[in-house]
Design a protein around this ligand. Sequence first.
Ligand SMILES: NC(=O)c1ccc[n+]([C@@H]2O[C@H](COP(=O)([O-])OP(=O)(O)OC[C@H]3O[C@@H](n4cnc5c(N)ncnc54)[C@H](O)[C@@H]3O)[C@@H](O)[C@H]2O)c1
Length: 379
Amino acid sequence: MSKGHVLVTGGAGFIGSHLVDTMLARGFEVTVLDCLLPQVHGDADMDADGWPVYLNPAARRIRGDILDDGVFARSLDGITHLAHLAASVGVGQSMANIVDYTRNNTMAAAVMLETLTRHQHGIRRMAVASSMSIYGEGEYRALASGKKMAPPLRSHQQLLERDWELAENGSVLEPVPTSESKLLQPASIYAVNKRDHEDMFLSVGRALGIPTVALRLFNAYGSRQALSNPYTGVAAIFISRLLNDQAPLVFEDGEQRRDFVHVLDVADAFATVLESDLQAWEICNVGSGQAITVNEIARTLARLLKKNIAPEVLGKYRVGDIRHCFADVSRIEQVFGFRPQRQFEEGMRELIDWVATARKPVDRSSTSMAELAGSRLVV
Ligand SMILES: NC(=O)c1ccc[n+]([C@@H]2O[C@H](COP(=O)([O-])OP(=O)(O)OC[C@H]3O[C@@H](n4cnc5c(N)ncnc54)[C@H](O)[C@@H]3O)[C@@H](O)[C@H]2O)c1
């Protein structure tokens, strides 16, 4: 017997499609709602009906845009669980496309939630994809006092001087794992959208008595990641450059630290909170808990791809970028008993193996760099 029926918005995308597989494997029925954005799916292999070939055939499919009248309401038939992953996902791109991003990320949440307040439905749990980008800078510790702190973004002046690290009263601050209680300092329109949609889901979920969990995803990587979309996914972008015999382009000095989490760990995190029977309205980080520099990623990928190409350090700064952010993953373990399982190097090997079998990616980094520079967003 089925454990329930989950609607995965954005279920044809990178993370959503893995979640579809995971939920089916765990005994759920699954419906995908996706509008198949051309920027995400334009270069992918599609089947005769226009869906990505990797999408699990056992899932029911609805091609539609959440923003279009009645599409979400019509998708709710028989649905017991909602996983909301549909979004426009480019941090840099959001700064030049503010109206589109706010419509697709914030207004789409409003449409969904208003539908839930006005229509009969059987949804008994919701999980939404939030993002580490809403933190802005990660969490730090002042070396002198030992106190944790949430420093503001680096000033324009500091960045013009190519002085990359966070400091207070002349002494450098130590980055520490970022916890959910850290002050939110979203530094892009995408991040503002994600913060707002997280709050919207939690407040309406509480009001309707539907347990709701917002998962703040760190940098997800893995198969099915859009290789030719220059605005998302640094690992995919670097592989795309290296396969085209070009150096990965690294902002600042490349020593900024991030947290790379395997897409199957992200899918397992969603599945865990959706399957839980806790009456909870929670916010949890989903990361690997391991910090890695952008240079290390570029070097690891070059080594695994057997390309003798060093990263090209640009010494430039992208407006809205942060210096260090990696996850404190203790909360999701305390509340839901979930721990990430996959190791970085092994995960990157899998990513490369998948890329080798995927279509040769089109490298569009130069175009996106020119677009960002043209809109005064790279300094
Ligand atoms: N990939 C990451 O590292 C990462 C990190 C933090 C948060 N997230 C969040 O996770 C979610 C999934 O990200 P992803 O990397 O899989 O992105 P993706 O672009 O691969 O997938 C998003 C999917 O949503 C669909 N979509 C977009 N707008 C839609 C709409 N209005 N109606 C219906 N479908 C729509 C797209 O066609 C696409 O298939 C997003 O909400 C994103 O903000 C991702």
